[in-house]
Write a protein that binds this ligand. Structure first.
Ligand code: ADP
Length: 619
């Protein structure tokens, strides 16, 4: 039994409590998990929108190329080159200023359109771009870091050098082999102008989480911009390609240009500086969250100063620099971001709190179940241990109880059989002892057999209408000689009238004899035993049989336990009184089977009072 208890504690209780402890610890990460989930969801939205915007601009670029080709069909290319600014502005509303460049030789470019006479926009354009488009001056243009790196690397492999460029890339980007330092070619100027990548204008909050100590920790992904500025000449930029876009910041304002090399004359390059307001107008319908997230997040297209230029929910206000998540649009709109803001940022904390509370209650219930279950098991094991001990005591007690009457019977029957006792009075007395001891033996065996029948649920009663007065009288008649022979004063107070009960007369006699036998056994010095039988009317009409003695009584706290099987309030060893611990158990079971009960009350003036109550028969 102890082994089972040990296995239970080691294999069930300790692991269960350990698991519960781990579960409680994991509760602390719930908020982070929920935030992380939400940020992944929103990040997917902003990534998709950023890609959609890039695709939209690429589409506009193709449209521009198509416009150029169609103008070239309807116009003489040389005439188109001169009047391109005017033509493209009329044909394509996105164009703010059109320009055309004639390439002659590897480094010579001639800007043929626009002319200053075209208006203030053309004049400003020429001030900004004349030298750059004439390939007389390099300009700072924007690239996706990866694109720039691959361009540089391709150039290096082709035998050139962009050492300075590579050297200036951040260590994260410069994982390509270092080229030879002294080789030179026409790409040497294509180099990141600001040694490191620039940091983004926004600081997404969804990428942060609290560590175990409660400190805020930035996610591993860096907050550096993926778009890097690099110095380049116009001729270098267009290379052998047919189309492209150039993004520059002039006076802190983004300028976006598309260019296209004419299919029929590769020396003619047509381009347009875009009207950014018109470009933004074209993006309004695109900057919308997924329909199922409309009530949860607001998406915005932020310019390079983190100001919203397009907003999915017009009345929404927030600290634009701190979106929940954001994605850079890329080299088409450098430092512009698609950002997502939570409509109700506290909702995440609330959700985390609710999840925490629900899981907490769940864990608490489980822990409580484990604790209660363990307590029940320990209690059950204890009961089993006590029962096992009581059974062992029972066997030894019963063996002893069997042995004592058997010894007397054997001794007195041998004396009589030898014929050595000739005195008739003595013979009678010996026979009475033999008969009493045989009755005691029968009582004990009956008790044991009855108990085993009751335990198996096989005890049968022969219920009949009978007179309890008669039953008591008969039982007293057989037991009285035994009591008186032992020198006890037995007072029997029986009514003159009959007391009708419905019961098994033998079983009821067994109850009476068990109670009388206990009164005799536990009387010690008190030599008086009283039996009273009365009929009571309240609360319901019932018969009441009291057996009172002047013994030691039942020790305090054992008043109910004495009715449990094998329980003995007086230990055989210390008290010297033999017993099986079954007499009262059987008495109570029989009484209850008759709809009554046996209870104990301390007798006034010392001693015990056992009361058998039985309902009266209705007939
Ligand atoms: P047992 O065979 O031990 O007498 P019982 O079931 O008849 O078993 O009684 C249970 C215990 O109740 C006894 O061991 C004894 O301690 C206590 N008891 C029963 N009757 C009396 C009594 N009349 N006076 C004092 N103690 C009693």
């Amino acid at each position: 039994m102890r082994k089972v208890a040990l296995v239970f504690v080691l294999a069930v209780l300790v692991p269960s409590l350990l698991l519960a402890w781990l579960a409680v610890r994991s509760l602390r990460d719930q908020q982070f998990l929920i935030e992380r989930q939400q940020s992944l969801l929103c990040q997917r939205v902003t990534d998709t929108l950023a890609q959609t915007i890039s695709d939209h601009l690429a589409q506009q670029q193709q449209e521009f190329a198509a416009q150029v080709e169609s103008l070239a069909i309807s116009n003489n290319p040389d005439a188109l080159a001169v009047g391109f600014d005017d033509q493209i502005r009329r044909a394509w509303p996105l164009a703010e200023v059109g320009f055309s460049v004639t390439l002659s030789g590897p480094v010579t470019c001639t800007l043929t359109s626009p002319t200053p006479a075209a208006g203030p926009a053309a004049q400003r354009f020429l001030t900004d771009n004349q030298l750059f488009l004439g390939n007389q001056q390099s300009a700072e243009v924007y690239w996706n870091a990866n694109n720039l790196k691959s361009i540089l690397y391709a150039n290096v492999k082709n035998g050139g050098s962009s050492y300075s460029a590579l050297n200036n890339l951040s260590s994260e980007q410069a994982d390509q082999p270092v080229p030879q330092q002294n080789a030179r070619n026409s790409w040497q100027n294509l180099a990141p102008t600001k040694a490191q990548s620039q940091s983004r204008a926004v600081d997404p909050q969804g990428g942060r989480y609290q560590n175990q100590a409660g400190d805020q920790v930035q996610q591993p992904e860096s907050n550096l911009s993926k778009v890097v500025p690099a110095e380049a000449e116009f001729r270098q930029l267009i290379g052998d390609q047919t189309d492209g876009m150039i993004a520059r910041f002039l006076q802190d304002k983004l300028k976006l240009m598309f260019w296209h090399r004419l299919n029929t004359d590769s020396n003619l390059v047509f381009g347009a500086e875009l009207n950014l307001n018109h470009v933004i107008d074209g993006l309004r319908d695109l900057v919308q969250p997924d329909p199922e997230l409309t009530n949860e997040i607001v998406v915005a297209l932020l310019d390079d100063n983190a100001r919203p230029v397009v907003l999915s929910c017009p009345n929404y206000h927030s600290n634009w620099k701190h979106p929940f998540v954001a994605t850079e649009v890329g080299q088409a709109l450098p430092h512009w971001e698609v950002a997502a803001y939570l409509m109700d940022p506290a909702a995440l904390t609330r959700t985390a709190c609710i999840v925490n509370a629900v899981l907490g209650v769940f864990i608490a219930v489980l822990v409580l179940a484990i604790v209660i279950g363990s307590w029940l098991i320990v209690r059950g094991l204890n009961t089993e241990l006590t029962l096992a001990r009581q059974k062992t005591d029972f066997v030894s007690n019963v063996s002893h109880e069997l042995k004592t009457p058997l010894t007397s019977i054997r001794m007195f029957s041998e004396l009589l059989a030898d014929g050595r006792v000739t005195d008739a009075a003595k013979q009678k007395s010996y026979l009475q002892i033999i008969s009493a001891e045989a009755a005691r033996l029968t009582r004990l065996i009956n008790n044991v057999l009855d108990f085993s029948r009751m335990e198996r649920g096989e005890k049968k009663y022969d219920f009949k209408d009978c007179d309890l007065n008669e039953v008591v009288r008969a039982a007293v008649g057989t037991f009285r000689p035994h009591l008186e022979a032992n020198g006890l004063e037995f007072v029997c107070d029986l009514p003159d009238t009959s007391i009708p009960v419905c019961g098994d007369a033998d079983a009821l006699s067994q109850v009476i004899v068990n109670l009388l036998s206990n009164a005799e056994k536990y009387s010690k010095g008190g030599r008086e035993i009283t039996l009273q039988l009365t009929q009571k009317s309240s609360p319901l009409p019932h018969a009441e049989l009291k057996i009172l003695d002047r013994g030691s009584g039942i020790p305090r706290g054992s008043e109910e336990k004495i009715f449990e099987k094998f329980y003995r309030a007086h230990d055989s060893l210390s008290s010297g009184i033999q017993g099986s611990g079954l007499g009262l158990t059987i008495a109570r079971q029989i009484a209850r089977a008759h709809g009554g009960d046996v209870i104990y009350e301390a007798r006034e003036g010392g001693g015990s009072c056992f009361i058998l109550r039985l309902p009266l028969s209705r007939c």
